[in-house]
Design a protein around this ligand. Structure first.
Ligand code: SAM
Length: 422
């Protein structure tokens, strides 16, 4: 495998080297290089993508797993982001998994999590990443350091404070939630009230609690202030991420929070626990990749992962037709113009195998495949709606599930998977 040789700066700042390459089957999987030339992605240039933006996933991987139905013959393509969802898909034992992100630090984060899974016991893993307190994360880092590729090792050597804080807490988005929890939420709900919500055992209890104790004037005001587009753009995301957004962000997010608090059982909602407590205190309420029973299996499958530091817009055109069979695309279309999104759907179809499945979310901007691809990428609206309703991260506006039809002779025009779970 050709390893990425860099000096440890973020990709956007490094001089351009050789073309990105896919490198499979190596223990040190970070590869690809996409800097130096004019990026094809419209948003990659933004500063916000030069440090860790998400240190955890804010998309429920379990709904994507239901939609994608990954198996041993699948070659999965996923946006890397924090890496948590890539690791969750690995549990379904695909033949290969390619995790791509144009943000170099996100790629390094996934590589660090993989090194920790490989080298540490489960208790040590929880301490190292920040789920439990640790007597010294720097010492543990030295133990896993040689499982990292050169560039990722250099990145983490240069960021000891992120290691010390526990890497699941260090993203810009996680720090935004910390600000919300420390500075605003206490004005609305005490720790006791939050604990009472998290202790509800049925949806009826949750709905009753929400109506009587949660959804008051202060809660509504808080939303208007804290999840206002400008505040969110400044503190938690970036103005560029709202370039194509037209709706009232705060009202949309409040309605989605109502759904999350009243329609999704809190007992298994690790997203909600983290937002309200900044920690995973309940062992049954943890992200998939951090569940103890999953650890040995993940360790066994890590060699199937390839991490690529590149833009999807540039990486896909270099792949052969039919390279992938399952795609998890986060909400990347959100940050693109309609023209760029249309182009990308065309490439996705080209690199899809027959019956490939694509799963992606919509936060505030509606994007779907262009009309010209209607018969080639068939939308399963029922399955998408099911994913949307059951997504425990509840911030999204819609979920889309598409199936690629590559063989027109088979009369696939309107066929869809119709695999809506009961
Ligand atoms: C799309 S973001 C969204 C995360 C979360 N759903 C949210 O809305 O806050 C997830 C990851 O996609 C990466 N990303 C966005 N556009 C990309 C592109 N065109 N090519 C490669 N990675 C991209 C970002 O760097 C980020 O780590």
């Amino acid at each position: 495998m050709s390893k990425l040789s860099g000096r440890g700066q973020l990709a956007a700042e490094r001089p351009r080297q050789d073309r990105p390459s896919t490198c499979a089957g190596d223990r040190t999987p970070l590869c690809g290089e996409a800097n130096g030339s004019v990026p094809k992605s419209e948003i990659r240039v933004e500063r916000v993508f030069r440090s860790i933006l998400y240190s955890q996933s804010w998309e429920d991987p379990e709904v994507d797993r239901r939609a994608l139905d990954i198996g041993p013959r699948d070659d999965v393509f996923t946006i890397a982001a924090s890496g948590d969802n890539a690791l969750a898909y690995l549990l379904d034992e695909p033949r290969s998994l390619t995790a791509l992100d144009f943000n170099f630090s996100q790629c390094c984060l996934l590589e660090l999590k993989m090194a920790a899974l490989e080298k540490l016991s489960h208790g040590e893993l929880l301490e190292f990443v920040g789920v439990s307190p640790s007597p010294g994360r720097a010492r543990t880092y030295r133990r896993i350091r040689d499982a990292l590729s050169g560039p990722a090792g250099e990145f983490w050597d240069a960021h000891p404070r992120l290691i010390e804080r526990g890497v699941i807490h260090v993203g810009r988005f996680e720090r935004y939630f910390a600000l919300f929890r420390r500075c605003s939420l206490p004005w609305v709900h005490s720790r006791r009230t939050r604990d009472e919500l998290l202790a509800c055992r049925t949806l009826d209890e949750q709905r009753d609690f929400y109506r009587r104790r949660w959804d008051g004037v202060r809660w509504r005001t808080l939303f208007r202030l804290f999840f206002d587009r400008a505040v969110m753009a400044r503190l938690g995301r970036d103005p560029a991420m709202f370039r194509y957004v037209e709706d009232d962000v705060a009202s949309a997010v409040r309605e989605r929070a109502r759904h999350g608090l009243t329609e999704i059982p809190v007992a298994s909602n690790w997203f909600l626990e983290y937002i309200l407590r900044g920690a995973y205190e309940t062992p049954g309420r943890r992200p998939t990749w951090l569940i103890e029973d999953n650890h040995p299996k993940l360790r066994r499958l890590l060699s199937r992962v390839t991490i690529v530091n590149d833009e999807i817009e540039r990486f896909l055109p270099e792949r052969a037709e039919g390279s992938f069979s399952k795609f998890s695309l986060s909400d990347i279309f959100e940050y693109m113009s309609e023209a760029a999104s249309d182009r990308l759907f065309g490439e996705l179809w080209r690199v899809s195998r027959d019956n490939a499945v694509l799963s992606y979310r919509e936060m505030m901007v509606g994007r779907t495949r262009p009309a010209a691809l209607e018969g080639k990428l068939a939308e399963d609206e029922d399955l998408g709606a099911w994913c949307h309703r059951h997504d425990r991260s509840f911030f999204y506006g819609a979920h889309h599930v598409l199936t690629a039809h590559k063989e027109p002779a088979m009369g696939h025009r309107v066929r869809s998977r119709s695999a809506v779970p009961r």
